[in-house]
Design a protein around this ligand. Structure first.
Ligand code: ZN
Length: 752
């Protein structure tokens, strides 16, 4: 209902009348009128009929038959097969190559040298129950890509998940990481943050292991009995400093074409400062068992049958890592279907195809849904329903080592993409359960409609109803409160972790990321056990949610491609931004009260009372008191934007000629660009978006209004007021854009 508040009463009355007589008919689609809505919905029914779980299952089996990491011959063959499929369906298909740096392991050695000796196996077991796990030469050994080379020896210190708060607590135990090797658990923060923070605190190496409490036997039966992590399973993954910039480490901000200017490897700032290696919990056990020192705080205890100690030592390890620092060619498959009416407006839809190993869940479960969708769209086109706008399907290479394929393509084509890209829709690994949508809030209303139009395969309820139920049943108190007073479900803001990042945060293209999750958990992520057998037994048997994903993403793609007026909408955007500003104001207030209280208690020597009396801890550091900030520029620009949005009709009040319509659509799809500033975020200029960014110290986790929020969180208080002014600027630019939109659509308050 809130959506219609800004409409002229005349139009509101008209709408109510229409809805009374056509009460059983669905509401018109955002961006379409009654007539074109009906045509579009009929098209979508045909689209659904072409989808095939059987094809998805066959492609999944075929592409996951062999390990296919970026740079491998198996991966090149997957690319060729995807290219052949797109071509056969009638897409104008090409393979776009880039020349990137990709380290692969040469030497990996980890030994416990004192007080007892143990040599870590660093390998994963073959399981007779799963033929895909058979020993093979082309398997990529467990490693963390973009760890630097190193040969280090030192005492172990246990750092829990390696987050900032974990380091703060270690300090209170009086434990320094200087000259030590940190052992961290996977989880709770993105893996690249763990060595980054450990190095900042003086560590000379980092080991990361998966604790069985998190996704091993502590969570459920382990593979092959159940889906959880086998004792030998190791999570591979990139530790490139992606919060600084993703993509090829040698060519920040430009496409990694053969002749591109390149940094020297030694100058690349996104390679880790210290060597880092992932291991299994089977290999971690002897190391942790040999540790002494204070026992860990209760919240740090994991699921191994030992008493966890913080160290340092007496466990001492020797870690030796060498990598092949090779330049390799990567292959993005890009398939175009030229739009009939607006060929220069592009809807881009992507998923990566490279895996760490067999990659059945990550990324192929999403890739096969994209292929199914693309085939159906192509069939509609060859039957005479060509999309109005151009649709570009992309199968990205080298996402796993650092979003490299998508980033290089986005950087290489930055100019044309800023002009023409309407939106970027991403999928990656899928599962089953509840639909998650993260994305630009100008598309929030749009995605609410899409998810209300697709049914859940298990319950038959709409995906939206099921997502709402998930929040009611399992959501945080705030999330639950949020849906009580709101028809629309909120989109999650996007941080990072998949290929939307270069489009959204570098180029300012409205983006979304879609997946199902919640009922197909397990511990196979980035291990040898992410196989076809695992996926079809435990995650999405018969690919029912693969089809649901194709329905959602395909509808979104087709609606964006065909909408006479693009379905961007600003009331939801500003409603979410208001929430973020509120959060940040409250964050500062809470920090101010807590800091001053804590400082007072430290000064009075009271700190021990709040802690476990059996442990002697140092007092926390006295923290800088939190000053009052001037949020007024941000709050005033928010108010101006709210007013501009209320004064603009969400749909044009008059018939538009084709030039006006074209200009209106251009203003709508370039609105997201207004949220970027060329200078980028302070200290990481690659990230241009000032509303959404991955956290500098959380990695994948989002920070909304990142300049302001992170200045407060990192206690860089002198920078806060300046950041507030910068953030206000993008809202002012958005206000101007909304004003230009209103000059075309008309203003409901004005009687012409
Ligand atoms: Zn992935």
């Amino acid at each position: 209902m809130v959506f219609f508040m800004s409409l002229n009463p005349r139009i509101l009355a008209g709408f109510l009348f229409v809805s009374l007589v056509t009460v059983i008919e669905a509401e018109p689609l955002v961006g379409f009128d009654d007539e074109t809505s009906k045509t579009q919905r009929r098209l979508e029914e045909q689209f659904d009929q072409n989808l095939s779980p059987v094809s998805q299952d066959e492609w999944l089996a075929e592409f996951s038959a062999r390990p296919h990491h970026a740079g491998s011959s198996a991966n090149r063959q997957v690319a060729a097969r995807i290219e052949a499929l797109f071509s056969a369906w009638g897409f104008d298909t090409s393979i776009v190559e880039y020349d990137i740096l990709l380290p692969t392991p040469k030497t990996r050695a980890l030994e416990l040298v004192a007080p007892v000796h143990y040599t870590a196996s660093l390998s994963e077991d073959s399981l007779p129950e799963d033929p895909s796990t058979a020993v093979r030469k082309d398997l990529l050994a467990p490693y963390n890509a973009f760890s630097k080379d190193g040969d280090v020896e030192g005492e172990l210190v246990f750092i829990n998940y390696g987050r900032p708060e974990d380091h703060r607590l270690l300090k209170r135990y009086g434990i320094s990481l200087k000259g030590k090797i940190a052992i961290a658990k996977y989880g709770k923060s993105w893996r690249g943050i763990k060595p980054k923070l450990a190095a900042e605190n003086g560590a000379i190496g980092t080991i990361i292991y998966s604790d069985p409490a998190d996704d091993g036997y502590g969570a459920g039966d382990v593979y092959p009995v159940g889906p959880f992590k086998h004792a030998s399973g190791v999570q591979r993954g990139s530790v490139m400093d992606m919060p600084t910039y993703p993509g090829d480490v040698l060519t920040p901000g430009r496409g990694a074409t053969p002749g591109a200017r390149r940094l020297k490897i030694s100058d690349a700032p996104t390679i880790t400062q210290i060597p880092v290696l992932p291991i299994s919990y089977r290999d971690a056990l002897p190391l942790l068992q040999a540790m002494g020192g204070a026992t860990v705080p209760d919240e740090w205890v994991g699921g191994l049958p030992i008493t966890y100690h913080l160290g340092p030592g007496p466990a001492r390890v020797h870690l030796k890592l060498e990598f092949n620092w090779d330049r390799i060619t990567i292959y993005n498959v890009v398939a175009r279907l030229e739009g009939e009416k607006y060929p220069d407006e592009w809807v881009i839809r992507g998923n990566h195809y490279d895996g760490w190993n067999h990659g059945a869940a990550d990324p192929l479960s999403g890739m096969v849904a994209l292929l199914d969708e693309a085939r159906s769209v192509a069939r509609l086109a060859s039957n005479g329903s060509r999309p109005a706008r151009t649709i570009v399907y992309a199968a990205w290479d080298a996402e796993e080592p650092g979003l490299i394929g998508s980033t290089e393509w986005a950087e290489d084509n930055a100019k044309i993409l800023k002009e023409r890209a309407v939106a970027y829709l991403n999928t990656d690994g899928n599962s089953r359960g509840f639909l998650n949508i993260g994305g630009s809030h100008t598309l929030e209303k749009f995605f609410n409609q899409v998810s209300a139009d697709v049914d859940d395969p298990q319950t038959g309820a709409t995906l939206k109803a099921r997502a709402r139920a998930a929040i009611t049943l399992f959501g945080s108190p705030e999330a639950r409160k949020n849906i009580e007073n709101r028809t629309d479900l909120r989109l999650s803001p996007l941080g990072s972790g998949s290929d939307y990042t270069p489009f959204l945060q570098h180029l300012g293209i409205a983006s979304a990321n879609l997946s199902f999750s919640g009922e197909g958990t397990g511990g196979s992520y980035h291990t040898l056990y992410d196989t076809y057998e695992h996926y079809t037994r435990f995650r999405d048997p018969k690919l029912a949610y693969g089809v649901a994903l194709a329905r959602v993403a395909g509808r979104a793609t087709l609606r964006l491609a065909n909408a006479p007026i693009l379905p961007f909408e600003f009331a939801s955007f500003v409603d979410n931004v208001a929430l973020y500003i509120d959060e940040i104001v409250k964050l500062a207030d809470t920090m101010r009260t807590q800091t001053s209280l804590a400082n007072q208690q430290i000064n009075e020597g009271l700190y021990k009372l709040a802690l476990d009396p059996t442990k002697t801890l140092n007092a926390p550091d006295i923290e800088k008191e939190v000053p009052h900030f001037n949020f007024a520029p941000l709050q005033n620009s928010l108010l101006a934007l709210q007013k501009a949005i209320a004064a603009a009709a969400p749909q044009p009040l008059k018939e538009l000629n084709s030039d006006a319509r074209r200009e209106l659509n251009r203003l709508l799809y370039t609105s997201e660009r207004r949220l970027t500033l060329e200078a980028g975020l302070t200290g990481r200029s690659w990230y241009k978006h000032h509303i959404y960014a991955p956290g500098f110290y959380t990695g994948y986790g989002v920070k909304t209004i990142p300049g302001v929020r992170e200045a407060i969180e990192t206690r860089d208080f002198d920078a806060v007021d300046k950041q507030i002014v910068i953030a206000a600027k993008v809202l002012e630019a958005m206000t101007i854009q909304v004003g230009k939109i209103a000059s075309i659509t008309g203003s409901p308050g004005r009687v012409d």
